[in-house]
Design a binder for this molecule. Structure first.
Ligand SMILES: O=C(O)CCC(=O)C(=O)O
Ligand SMILES: [Fe+2]
Length: 361
């Protein structure tokens, strides 16, 4: 039986938000703001400042070749997908079939939610990772010493779909987007399974995709008068299998590649895809979740929407035995129930890959 990591359960999975924390939107909109409050001031370390000067491009994956390419095109794209997962853990997906208008409506809808009067968002100020709809500021303000320059909205959209009732039309838009994203994620996971030498349906079956958790996480980063001192989101990897990221065209995302931070700008109508910690565990570290972070700027509000596709909450994820057999390797991670990992991931500080590191054998 797989060894599991039950000892990792946090003693306090549902901390409460301190009373004195307001939203970053309120702070950013305060008249005459020229410097940031000390609670938001980071001291950058020299390592953090290493941003690659050279123009590095993310791999581009043409999704349409997975679903309607010739057998030859399909096997080539499965190979490219595997290479993108291995070399970067992050890629740009084009021709995914999700309408540009739907992506735009999703971003407008999230902006509409963040713009609601604070009292209308009050009912969603939950603090547990599995609250179906939850909004707040920073990442987990009850454990952070310095806060992040962002507000968030997190919605569980599968296996049961939830949505705030405002703004008007948002529920319909996010239901449609979550369905379309799930279809695309399922096909990608088939290609990724194949690229690992496994059956196309391997990941789906092993991780109970039918009941898989899907979380929509919208981030709101308003302009910041001292962007060099603030952080939108610190270096972290995502939980789950795959994350899709869309944004409103304002830059800010950086991905760590070969020890340096690379600015990611994307290309029109593409979706950014990255490997999450559970695909790293399942692939026994062949495909690694990648560190990324969000910087802020002093000119324009940035909105990004990550949608995380994960196993079902009760699935214990461990390295695929079939893969260990193919690669003649020993398991490099202990197994963990997805729900347990999520609680740890969301109730601690967001700090690199510290949660995954505790599972390494
Ligand atoms: O805002 C971004 O570009 C990154 C967001 C992100 O990494 C996340 O929500 O997990
Ligand atoms: Fe992320």
């Amino acid at each position: 039986m797989a060894e599991t990591a039950s000892f990792l359960v946090s003693s306090n999975p549902s901390p409460t938000l301190p009373q004195n924390i307001t939203t970053i939107r309120t702070i950013a909109e305060s008249p005459g703001l020229t410097s940031i409050p000390s609670a938001y001031t980071f001291t950058p370390t020299s390592h953090d400042q290493v941003v690659s000067e050279t123009q590095v491009s993310l791999p581009v994956i043409d999704y349409s070749l997975l679903t309607s390419g010739t057998p030859h095109q399909r096997s080539k794209i499965v190979h490219d997908l595997g290479k993108a997962c291995q070399d970067w853990g992050f890629f740009l997906m084009i021709n995914h079939g999700v309408p540009e208008s739907l992506v735009r409506s999703m971003i407008d809808g999230c902006r509409g939610f963040f713009d609601l009067p604070e009292e209308e968002k009050e009912e969603y100020r939950g603090n547990h990772v599995l609250d179906p709809i939850r909004c707040g500021t920073s990442f987990n303000a009850s454990v952070e010493k310095v806060f992040f320059w962002k507000d968030f909205l997190k919605i569980l959209s599968h296996p049961v779909f939830h949505s705030p009732s405002k703004p008007a039309g948002f529920s319909e838009t996010s239901l449609e987007y979550s369905k379309r994203a799930r279809e695309v994620a399922r096909e990608l996971l088939k290609g990724i399974s194949e690229s690992l030498g496994l059956e196309p349906n391997y990941v789906e079956k092993a991780l109970n995709w039918e009941q898989g958790l899907q979380v929509i996480a919208a981030n709101f980063y308003p302009p910041c008068p001292q962007p060099e001192l603030a952080m939108g989101m610190p270096p972290h990897s995502d939980h789950g299998l795959l994350t899709f990221l869309i944004h409103n065209g304002i830059s800010g995302l950086q991905v760590q590649h070969k020890g340096k931070w690379v600015n990611i700008n994307g290309i029109p109508n593409s979706i950014l895809v990255n490997i999450g910690d559970h695909l790293e565990i399942l692939s026994n570290g062949k495909y690694r979740s990648v560190l990324h972070r969000a910087m802020v700027n002093n000119k324009a509000t940035r909105i990004s929407i990550a949608i995380a596709h994960g196993p079902s909450l009760d699935t214990v994820v461990s390295p695929a035995p079939e893969l260990l057999e193919i690669e003649k390797k020993a398991a490099a991670y202990i197994g963990i129930k997805y729900k347990e990992y999520l609680e740890i991931h969301q109730s601690n500080k967001l700090d690199g890959k510290c949660n995954l590191d505790r599972l390494r054998i």
